[in-house]
Design a protein around this ligand. Structure first.
Ligand SMILES: [Fe+2]
Length: 232
């Protein structure tokens, strides 16, 4: 059973799910893919952000009620995917996973940003930073990633990058990162029911052919469980 820590299932808040019904369909797919806990991570400080934090919270309650009514066996926690922007200083506390100090942060894919220093500063503020889809930041070398990880960040990669569904990323490179011990978490970053759909089990099954099982247990079970334990 899996945890999906990076999703765009909360509806009408960004470029993910459009409405409540679609969110329920995405959650049904999560259950089919063996997921029992989802963190909803709407885009924040991003061009695609469409809702305030107050609206995120209201929609979370509506979605939780609908999940209960439908009897779906899945837990929901509100988080966010905060785009780092040097000129903005949000109250990061508002965007952590539930009441934990885990914070998912996204960086520019084009413009090089001093990720290591940013992680250091956020860690000093008490946050446990999860770097969203690090494989997309083409300006980072493997040793840059190692330095960022040593600074205390958890490294997340997307299932779509591993399954060859993200044309901007080479799947082989991501598998190499996993084998080198540079990856802490794998999440779907699901936005829809097409190419970017909930696919945790599909990814796990694919990776079993390429990576030792004890490595996968750490990434898919042990590491996410630590985060879930901090939420509840
Ligand atoms: Fe995302």
């Amino acid at each position: 059973m899996f945890v999906d820590l990076h999703t765009h299932i909360l509806y009408n808040v960004d470029d993910g799910s459009k409405d409540l019904d679609f969110s329920l369909k995405m959650l049904e797919k999560q259950v089919e893919e063996g997921v029992y806990h989802v963190v909803l991570t709407p885009h924040v400080q991003s061009k695609v952000q469409k809702a305030t934090r107050k609206e995120h919270i209201a929609r979370l309650e509506e979605l939780k009620n609908a999940v209960k009514e439908k009897g779906l066996p899945i837990h929901l926690t509100l988080g966010a995917e905060v785009q780092y922007r040097s000129h903005l200083t949000p109250d990061y506390k508002d965007y952590t996973f539930g009441n934990s100090n885990y914070l998912l942060v996204e960086f520019s894919t084009k413009e090089e940003q001093p990720i290591e220093e940013i992680v250091y500063d956020l860690s000093r503020m008490g946050f446990k930073v999860i770097i969203a889809h690090i494989e997309r930041y083409a300006y980072l070398s493997l040793s840059d990633m190692e330095m960022i990880r040593r600074t205390g960040a958890l490294i997340q990669v997307n299932t779509t990058s591993i399954l060859g569904l993200d044309k901007a990323v080479k799947a082989k490179h991501v598998i190499k990162m996993i084998k080198l011990g540079l990856v802490d978490l794998i999440s779907s970053d699901c936005h829809n029911l097409e190419a970017r759909c909930p696919n945790m089990m599909t990814c796990y099954t694919f990776l079993k052919k390429h990576v030792e099982e004890d490595v996968l247990i750490k990434i898919f079970n042990e590491n996410p469980k630590q985060i879930i334990d901090a939420i509840s």
